[in-house]
Design a protein. Structure first.
Length: 102
């Protein structure tokens, strides 16, 4: 699942059980864990999973992680109303710094 994507990606059930992870997510999350129990409760206050599942449309929020700008996405899957893909861009790569070096 999203094997070559350079940021952590999870496939999550509506119960918040992690169903699959990509390589970049190894060590951060594990299959079978409850994604909402990782980290602090504050980290999950902006979760848009329910909104994405209810609307059937991709949702996102801009924020910060470890002092870097990031965008978190929740993508519902057509034909699988109980599943969504969750990832953030800017979790493991500082794109602002990378652009300055390019």
């Amino acid at each position: 699942m999203w094997g070559s994507f350079p940021e952590p990606v999870t496939l999550v059930h509506k119960s918040r059980t992690v169903v699959a992870i990509n390589e970049a997510c190894r060590g951060m999350r594990e299959v079978g864990m409850n994604c909402a129990k990782q980290g602090t409760p504050e980290a999950h206050r902006g979760c848009l999973a329910n909104q994405a599942l209810k609307s059937g449309k991709a949702t996102y929020v801009k924020g910060e992680y470890a002092g870097r700008k990031m965008v978190s996405y929740w993508l519902p899957l057509n034909g699988y109303p109980e599943l969504f893909v969750h990832f953030g861009v800017g979790i493991t790569i500082d794109y602002d710094a990378a652009m300055k070096q390019a």
